[in-house]
Design a protein around this ligand. Structure first.
Ligand SMILES: [Mg+2]
Length: 377
């Protein structure tokens, strides 16, 4: 079979407006809209690769670097995307679209091309709001009833009042009291980065230590982003003080930073997101690094449904992720919002697992009517 050549890259922008608003714990501004960018890579074989998950900031003017090239020259394309992200901004959905395309050319699902370890992934429900203790305990029961075996809760009540982490502990205690050990619990402190408009500081090591000790007491599986992403000494020190796993890396930009985070002994759990960092091509290297150092690799997936699917293929292909993030916190963050661009939302089965199938590529279908109605550019 002759090489399949790229003939064009089409990028469209979409916006979903919604009500009631979503008060994300890591954002001081309530959210009432959700933007998505869809990337389509067309070829001379009539096959199109599609992906989403980031805004493709920095791609303008670069299409010519890819048109006319062999669609399967993924390493070459990845090097150029790495250059583009350094100079102009992140464009990793293009790498995901190239993998969707590669799967369609090979008539194989991407998880199988990547290594095919298991198409079945235990998912953890990743909540996004800050509910009061009783409401959070109710939500935990609802997650359990839906099949989930793990839940990540948010610690951010202290964003503007630095003593309020004790209110977070009370919420966690309420969940433990209600569901016992039936749910594995993770906690995301969201101290690694801030939204553009938020100027309040990250925790210091001395602030994170008492929180970590409480989480350890309550049997939490991992503590996510307890410190600023650049506080490597703090992460290493905290990791040495508690048995609790320390997780991070969701917005780490460069793959070599993962090498250094590992070398410096900062993290137990590595959480890059293929839609935001390195694409599938780059993150399979991080997965290999994690395996070599006996660390947990489990992608962050908080973009949109197509981003979740791409990360699920990566995790399923290389295996060993004990849990994969499944952003879900109804009613504010339900599947109809998260996956509005997809013909069918990605859901978990009765056991709380994401199960990928044999559909070639990344396996999703787009809701073209909805994409037309929500198109902004
Ligand atoms: Mg996080």
């Amino acid at each position: 079979m002759a090489a399949v050549k790229i003939t064009g890259i089409e990028i469209t922008h979409h916006r979903l407006n919604y009500d009631p608003p979503f008060h994300a714990s890591w954002d001081t501004r309530p959210r009432t809209l959700f933007d998505a960018t869809i990337v389509r890579v067309h070829t001379d074989a009539g096959i199109t690769g599609v992906a989403s998950g980031d805004m493709m900031v920095g791609f303008a003017g670069h299409e010519g670097l890819f048109v006319g090239q062999d669609a399967l020259a993924i390493e070459r394309h990845w090097r150029l995307l790495n250059n583009i992200q350094f100079h102009w901004g992140r464009c990793w959905p293009l790498d995901l679209a190239l993998w969707d395309l590669a799967g369609k050319i090979a008539v194989q699902p991407v998880w199988r091309l990547l290594g095919g370890l298991s198409p079945r992934l235990p998912a953890y429900a990743s909540s996004g709001t800050l509910r009061a203790p009783a409401a959070l305990a109710d939500a935990a029961e609802a997650y359990l009833a839906r099949g989930f075996k793990a839940l990540k809760i948010r610690f951010h009540r202290g964003a503007l009042n630095r003593e309020d982490w004790r209110a977070d502990i009370r919420a966690l205690e309420a969940v433990r009291a209600r569901v016992g050990d039936k749910l594995q619990l993770m906690v995301d402190c969201n101290q690694g980065w801030r939204m553009s408009w938020d100027a309040y500081p990250s925790w210091s090591l001395k602030e994170a230590i008492p929180v970590a000790r409480e989480l350890e007491r309550l049997g939490v599986y991992w503590m996510e982003e307890p410190l600023h992403r650049g506080d490597r000494e703090g992460m290493r020190a905290l990791r040495g003080m508690v048995d609790l796993r320390i997780a991070g890396g969701e917005m780490t930009r460069e793959l070599y930073e993962f090498r250094d985070l590992i070398k410096d002994g900062c993290l137990d759990v590595l959480q890059p997101d293929a839609a935001l960092v390195g694409g599938i091509t780059g993150l399979r290297r991080v997965a290999a690094m994690a395996q070599e150092h006996n660390l947990v690799f489990t992608p962050h997936t908080w973009t949109n449904g197509m981003g979740v699917v791409a990360n699920a293929h990566l995790a399923a292909g290389v295996g060993d992720s004990p849990w994969l993030e499944f952003p879900y916190d109804p009613p504010e963050w339900g599947l109809e919002r998260r996956d509005y661009m997809m013909a069918k939302p990605l859901d978990v089965d009765a056991e709380g697992c994401i199960v990928l199938d044999e559909t070639p590529g990344l396996g999703y279908a787009l809701d073209e009517d909805r994409l037309k109605r929500t198109r902004t550019g």
